[in-house]
Write a protein that binds this ligand. Structure first.
Ligand code: PMV
Length: 312
């Protein structure tokens, strides 16, 4: 049996503006992950795959799954990439602890874990960059025109400074820091949020381009601050990025409630993470006040919190 994993992710700075060419920063979240297992299946016909993904209620043969089922699409892409046809039948089991549709990169992590499990099982090594490109192809099928930041950070499993269309820049964390990720429980519709921003930009390019640029500037500054380990300066940058995201129109009542709660519990900085209009809020906290911030956010409606150590 072959097992491979891929982590979750959060965007720390620069979401939305990254679609328009500004830099963004994302980090892997190792506290949650996807595990994909591949093993031989005796007695079945050659070239067949039995799929098990209990977290999404999927169990059956690949050739009987609807072709647009996301996991079926991923497997087909991987088979094409490796040009696999007449292989010993296999069972593919996917298990995830990454909350689905919550902006933590669960779909991307499934793709990357499956690609890695196949690569290892069939002894067909695949460079990280190619893994990332394949994961991007799947993203395009589901989200239209993603910037590419999700597949990059999930594949490289390192903090990434990302500018669309340029090679990803992994960078080092000067001093580890603690983030509380709190889920509003409201699904974050990535493509809807991206479209909403696009329409607003089309209606008033000057105003929106100034906002994108200001967001990009927070990401640039944040990279230096993170590399130098100046954790204290990171909070105000997150707050500023949040104010700019509010001006873009991608916050919502549920996000604002969690932000207010985190601030009242003395988080050092707090913002939405990902597409917004739901999804997650991230709060930078001192490790000794993490529990207090988590409790406050639960009290304000968070359905789940995850504590992650960035750079440890
Ligand atoms: O919803 P998420 O976490 O996949 O983040 C989307 C980030 C955006 O910048 C809004 C879109 C993108 O493709 O980068």
């Amino acid at each position: 049996m072959t097992t491979a994993t891929a982590p979750g992710k959060i965007i720390l700075f620069g979401e939305h503006a990254v679609v328009y060419g500004e830099p963004a920063i994302a980090v892997p979240v190792r506290e949650v992950s996807v595990e994909a297992e591949v093993d031989d299946l005796r007695g079945a016909s050659p070239g067949t795959i039995f799929l098990e993904a209990p977290d999404i209620g999927l169990r059956g043969w690949l050739h009987e799954a609807p072709p647009d089922q996301p996991l079926a699409r991923t497997l087909q892409l991987v088979l094409d990439e490796f040009d696999l046809h007449e292989f010993t039948p296999i069972r593919v089991h996917v298990h995830s602890t990454i909350p689905i549709a919550a902006g933590l990169g669960s779909g991307t992590a499934v793709t990357v874990a499956v690609i890695r499990a196949f690569a290892e099982h069939f002894r067909l090594p695949l460079p990280l960059q190619r893994q990332s490109e394949l994961a991007y192809e799947i993203e395009v099928l589901h989200h239209g025109t993603p910037s590419g930041i999700d597949n990059t950070v999930v594949t490289f499993e390192r903090p990434i400074y990302f500018v669309r269309g340029t090679p990803p820049e992994p960078f080092d964390i000067g001093s580890p820091f603690t983030i509380v990720i709190a889920d509003t429980g409201k699904p974050s519709p990535t493509s809807q949020a991206v479209q909403k921003v696009r329409r607003a930009w089309e209606a008033d390019r000057e105003r929106y381009e100034a906002l994108f640029e200001a967001i990009g500037q927070t990401a640039r500054e944040a990279r230096g601050v993170i590399e130098r380990g100046q954790v204290r300066d990171l909070g105000p940058l997150m707050d500023h990025n949040q104010a700019l995201l509010e001006a873009l129109g991608v916050s919502c009542e549920e996000i604002q409630a969690l932000i207010a709660a985190a601030r009242s519990a003395k988080a050092l900085g707090v913002k939405l993470s990902g597409a917004g209009l739901g999804g997650n809020v991230i709060a930078l906290v001192r490790s000794e006040s993490a529990k207090r911030v988590e409790d406050a956010m639960h009290g304000a409606g968070a359905v789940r919190t995850i504590l992650t150590q960035v750079g440890r």
